[in-house]
Design a protein around this ligand. Sequence first.
Ligand code: CU
Length: 175
Amino acid sequence: MAAGVGFVLGLVALVFLHHATAQTVHDVGGTTGWTVPPSGGPAFYSDWAANKIFRVGDSLRFNFQTNNHDVFEVSKESFDSCTFNPTDDDIIRAGPATVTLNDTEMHYFVCTVGPHCSLGQKLSINVVSAAAGGPISPSSPAPPSTVLPPPSPSSSNSLSATLYLSFSAILMTFF
Ligand code: CU
């Protein structure tokens, strides 16, 4: 029976894992991380963002070492001109830094260290609603056409109960 309980718990864990993966953590710049682009200048981060969909609830993970870089969300004007207050309290100075995307609008991030912003360490992204569709990039497989509505906590519980009852029935059939 212990194995059975383990199996049910595994199923429940899968259900919750599935929910958890609905929020994507985007590693900014991929393996390059958050730094002065080695090549391409400002195009580096716009290229990185170009084939991705950023949804409310997703996060950006800026991978950098504290003191080498920082993260500052700024206005479009500051972003375009790389001008900002380098002592602003909202600058995130500890790396790596994770920023959750909470609203549907353009977001602009820069590094305020030295000339890094001017050298291309800047990222602008458009955040869409959690349910919004969008262009499907080759790297993100298209969702199945029969998508179930996101279960509420209560229906999630009933799904877990259903899984448990189903498994109990299987157990009783075989044992
Ligand atoms: Cu920097």
